[in-house]
Design a protein around this ligand. Sequence first.
Ligand SMILES: O=C(O)C(=O)C[C@]1(C(=O)O)C=C[C@@H](O)C=C1
Length: 302
Amino acid sequence: MSRIAYFGPQGTFTEQAARTLTVDDELLPVETIPAALAAVRKGEADAACVPVENSVEGPVTATLDGLAEQELLVAVAEALLPVHFTVLARTDGEPIRTVASHPHALAQVRQWLEVNLPDARPVAASSTAAAAVGVRQGEFDAAVTAPVAAEHYPLRVLATEVADVRDARTRFLLLKPPGELPEPTGADRTSIVAAAANRTGTLAELLTELATRGINLTRLDARPTKGNFGEYLFFMDFEGHISEPRIGDALAALRRRCSGLRFLGSHPRADQVAATIQPGAANDDFTGAVDWVAAVRRGELA
Ligand SMILES: O=C(O)C(=O)C[C@]1(C(=O)O)C=C[C@@H](O)C=C1
């Protein structure tokens, strides 16, 4: 049985994601995303489950920063959850003056709050479930939570299915120390973080390495290096698996071009969308071309 640290406490969306990614494993709630990553790095957990991006609010920066720093962790699986919220309130019927949640959650219900709780002040909490704990303890009057939080925290259900944007989704990663990679499935995602020199055209050069190999980018986020203005780390997700010749070829080219490159994993996509393969960019095209060069070198082909 593995120990999975997840961004908790109990009743977060991340707990739901961890349950879809694990079977019979021990789930360990921790208060923050850095704490979940640290638990794996310190050997207190075998894997960590954390959110990485939301279709409305974009990247979860604590996860990106945590993956760029310290010992390497790689994603071995992902989960995609639909995101709509339940609003839980104190049970004494007092007016609601504060409404707490994770900043990503508050951003996804801004319009709903303006219409339905116009007098309530939004307050950032470390997670949606931590906000519910805060309401139980009398710190806040209401919390914007995952639907499952209502089962863990006995509070008054003020509203369900709350979301400014229908069909919002959050993607979660299961992260482990480097080891055996998941098998390729044909519908995989590879993630990297690249440090590039601050000069004209570097980002375009990196993207061109993918584009010329017919590799479809699925996410691009820039995070500051926290040093000089203008210096960024580029987080890229693209279709394909490192075991494929076309992806290996692209990674080798990126490795040459970047001042620093971290491989953050190749794993099956939760939506099972198969990679788009451009003409001339199939794995057979890459291996065939390498074989041809070898034959020419041996003097077998003109
Ligand atoms: O606080 C939680 O419940 C989380 O799992 C975090 C998180 C996020 O980081 O985006 C997950 C999904 C929702 O988009 C809102 C919050």
